[in-house]
Design a protein around this ligand. Sequence first.
Ligand code: FAD
Length: 246
Amino acid sequence: MAILAEYHKPQSVAEAVALLRRTDVRLRPLAGGSQLVGALETRTLKAVDGVVDLAGLGLHRIFATIALLRIGATATLSDVSSHSVAGALAGGILRRTAACEGPVNLRNAATVGGLIACAEMDSEFYAALLALNASVIVSDGRHETSIPLPVFALPSSHHLIIAVTLPIRTLRAGHARIARTPSDRCIVAAVAVMGDGVERVALCGVGERPLLAGGALTPPDNWKGSAEYRLAMADVVRHRALTEAR
Ligand SMILES: Cc1cc2nc3c(=O)[nH]c(=O)nc-3n(C[C@H](O)[C@H](O)[C@H](O)COP(=O)(O)OP(=O)(O)OC[C@H]3O[C@@H](n4cnc5c(N)ncnc54)[C@H](O)[C@@H]3O)c2cc1C
């Protein structure tokens, strides 16, 4: 069992960042807890004295204007799926890929900010955000900065992801995946988005985190698939996703 010395539930981003800046204790942001709690319980993650719960910051809201969708960092994958604009974007690609992230109890807890912070290589939802040209809004408690998702890295441990923004355009999408079973996490997957002068494909399972097709691929070589297999299958899923989007 993890023993945490401190638990905080601040009511503003500035207060949360001030807690994360403390040098006398090592505090970590807690969102849905679906990854963090397990890592603390199993002690995979060490050197954490306490958590800063983000649930009181009001970052769960999803706003849509004519041109832009803004998804708050603590919106859950289920919130996104059921939102009238977010869930329907590009033929419902966020809803579709959210369903691949895990069972409904996980989707009810896991947040968009947590998913971006984790950047798991097989996250198809993350790949969909890449294909939809997402940017990540981070805050240091005073200023907000927008960072394009393909080059995103949290500037420091006292910055918080506070939202993700997506341009709203009329797009078609395709999604293809290879997994051991339909309900399993993917070995490789592709999300393609097309229309309005745009054609973008994002891939999972061929790098440290999901990435846009076109750059260098650095697939892992593990029990789920060799690097050679992953490279060959990346071509297959990319082709299938593009064909569906067309
Ligand atoms: C059964 C199961 C299946 C899973 N399947 C998948 C999967 O298919 N794909 C996948 O990607 N992940 C998967 N995960 C991992 C995890 O659930 C997701 O990555 C999830 O989205 C994490 O979000 P969370 O809100 O629960 O984050 P938490 O667990 O609360 O936090 C995760 C990490 O992100 C940091 N963090 C959270 N929010 C912020 C923020 N706003 N700003 C800065 N840092 C932040 C935390 O400090 C922590 O280090 C799975 C987990 C489980 C238990």
